[in-house]
Write a protein that binds this ligand. Structure first.
Ligand SMILES: [Zn+2]
Length: 299
């Protein structure tokens, strides 16, 4: 894990050099009760998934991985952990967000949705319109940012905000955009001090395919102490780093890795007001770190 504490002048260079490899949202199903850890501290348990890349054709494969089969395998694994909620940070669909991709995603997630709420964000391989057509049941929450799907998940000791970084379907770069950033700033300033984790699809580097407004985002959130971590996908790499005391958690892909070093799987997490435990469930690719828990303490 990389630990970095930088003054704001250095933030730009960290983003440029340190993170190069590093949606729309939807709630389905009921919210369950909270657990507690051994100390009696209130705990929220989430399953964090990303980059499922579910295809319409179940035989579709890439680098020897079958994304449909991977999610089929992961769903019972997630269900057996009985999380309070599931969050999937985008690239739900194979490449272009086809209706057939989402139909398969929906049927694969059905056994989970019956047990726990599933929140989905959109990535650059999603299509907002097709996604919404397929997942038409909403959480009943009014959409706070026009044309973007933003969902706030309040779960005991923590709050997760799933943001929408989808800019163009099947073009790699992402953008939150001014309206969404402005909404986020207002929301963060007006809400209580519950430790807050931002979730979205895109990586935080300076490459053309990263989140293009990452520096504006960081300028905004750095002084807001309640923002503790960012969870994202996109790179198909599992990695932890830190910037200005904010933890950056890059989720592995469920669908496939981009090179043999990367695990394919998902992350089980237990979050408290003080920090979180993140445990890798590697189902394919590099499984060396399967079961490994990374402990983070919030700033
Ligand atoms: Zn992806």
């Amino acid at each position: 894990m990389r630990e970095t504490s930088l003054r704001s002048m250095d933030r730009r260079s960290f983003i440029k050099t340190g993170l190069g490899t590093v949606g729309a949202l939807f709630a389905l199903g009921p919210m369950d009760s909270l657990g507690a850890d051994g100390t009696g501290q209130e705990v929220a348990r989430f399953a964090l998934l990303s980059d499922t890349h579910v295809p319409a054709d179940v035989q579709n494969n890439y680098r020897g991985f079958y994304p449909y089969q991977n999610l089929l395998k992961v769903v019972p694994d997630v269900a057996s952990c009985s999380p309070d909620a599931v969050v999937i940070t985008g690239d739900l669909a194979r490449l272009t967000g086809e209706l057939g991709d989402y139909a398969n995603l929906k049927s694969l997630l059905d056994p989970l949705v019956e047990k726990t709420p599933v929140f989905m964000g959109l990535g650059n391989h999603d299509n907002r319109e097709n996604f919404l057509k397929t997942f038409e049941r909403t959480s009943g929450q009014k959409r706070p940012v026009s044309g973007k799907h933003v969902v706030v998940i309040n779960k005991g000791p923590v709050r997760l905000i799933v943001l929408d970084s989808l800019l163009y379907t099947d073009k790699v770069q992402g953008l939150l955009g001014k309206a969404q950033r402005q909404w986020l700033e207002n929301y963060l300033r007006e809400s209580d001090n519950t430790p807050t984790i931002l979730c979205f699809h895109h990586t935080l580097g300076d490459a053309d395919g990263d989140l293009l407004d990452v520096l504006r985002l960081f300028d905004m959130i750095e002084p807001i102490q309640k923002v503790k971590a960012i969870v994202y996908g996109h790179s198909h790499v599992y990695a932890f780093s830190q910037l200005e005391g904010i933890h950056l958690i890059n989720l592995p892909a469920v669908g496939y890795n981009f090179n043999d070093k990367g695990p394919v799987g998902w992350v089980e997490t237990q979050l408290t007001s003080q920090g979180g435990d993140f445990t890798l469930h590697a189902v394919a690719g590099n499984t060396d770190a399967d079961g490994r828990t990374t402990k983070l303490t919030w700033r």
